[in-house]
Design a protein around this ligand. Structure first.
Ligand code: ATP
Ligand code: MG
Length: 291
């Protein structure tokens, strides 16, 4: 099989931290495609799109150059590449932060103390800009891997590196003293493709699906029984999508209430609901949501 000229092209990471979640997301939005190691690309069976598997460092460049129309990559690499691509939709996985870290025993607590020092990183563009914007003169040393061992080797006083749980910092007796940027996996697009009538239609169809999955992941579906007397109050503390669905139950004193509720207000709402006498509260995740 070969790439199809009428299809849009999406670049994803071939083999790394984002690969599994990205593949899962593509399947959740209903795309059928074969994928096994050693493959350079896949053709979707049920959508006019080809998927290219590449090193994550190359994705922003491929998108900027129009070799592919879309890419899924960590925002950290989009920022570092300085390529003119459109950041379309954050995908809520691959969360990490680029942080300034120093050896715990160094006594350094602020980035101002790094003036005149060596700072090792795999993100020289972002790092240089971060210190330049704060008028702190550092010597940025570009290292492609294992940045966290450079302070112990005497190569650098501080590092700027990606951190998710912080376990790698702890393992190397490093502590974070500042945050350079927050990142997550993001869909990026080529500006020419986004402006192309035919491609834009296919891209928009795809993005609608992604948005449906992203929106659903922010909401829970809640079903509960509510004393009929407190129904009025309950509607006001349920900041659902629209007004909740209210159904009679076999017992006239109780009503069944169904609604979608944002995950970030969910726990507070549940406490309030229980105070108002809600019972039999069932919560389920929503797979896809279109509003
Ligand atoms: P490739 O072989 O594709 O170049 P890589 O080794 O450069 O892969 P990975 O380590 O797989 O890259 O990381 C891919 C992305 O995962 C990072 O760019 C970042 O956006 C995200 N990520 C999330 N958590 C972390 C973390 N703790 N460390 C590094 N990257 C992380
Ligand atoms: Mg890489």
């Amino acid at each position: 099989s070969k790439l199809n000229g009428d299809h849009i092209k999406l670049a994803i990471q071939k083999d790394g931290r984002l690969t599994e979640d990205t593949r899962n997301l593509l399947r959740t939005v209903g795309l059928h495609f074969e994928s096994y190691k050693q493959r350079l690309f896949s053709i979707c069976r049920n959508f006019p799109m080809d998927i290219l598997y590449v090193r994550d460092d190359d994705i922003a460049e491929y998108v900027a150059e129009g070799i592919v129309d879309l890419g899924i990559v960590g925002r950290n690499l989009v920022v570092e590449s300085e390529k003119p691509v459109e950041e379309i939709l954050p995908l809520n996985y691959g969360h990490c932060s680029l942080k300034v870290a120093v050896p715990a025993e160094s006594g350094i607590t602020s980035i101002e103390q790094l003036s005149g020092c060596n700072v090792a990183t795999s993100y020289p563009v972002t790092t240089s800009r971060f210190f330049a914007e704060r008028d702190i003169d550092v010597n940025v040393i570009t290292i492609s891997g294992s940045v966290e061992i450079t302070p112990a080797l005497g190569v650098a006083t501080a590092i700027v590196d990606l951190v998710s749980t912080g376990s790698s910092l702890r393992l190397n007796d490093l502590v974070a003293i500042d945050n350079v940027l927050d990142s997550q996996s993001t869909i990026i697009g080529n500006r020419t493709s986004l402006a192309d009538k035919q491609k834009a239609i296919i891209i928009e169809r795809l993005l609608t699906r992604f948005r449906g999955v992203m929106a659903a992941s922010e909401y829970k579906y809640v079903m509960m029984n509510v004393p009929s007397a407190s129904l009025e109050y309950i509607s006001t503390i349920m900041p659902g999508l629209k007004s909740p669905t209210v159904l009679p139950t076999a017992d006239a004193d109780w009503m069944a209430v169904h609604t979608a509720i944002r995950e970030d207000v969910f726990w507070d709402a549940i406490e309030e609901l229980k105070k108002l006498g809600a019972q039999g509260i069932l919560v389920s995740s929503i797979e896809k949501m279109f509003v």
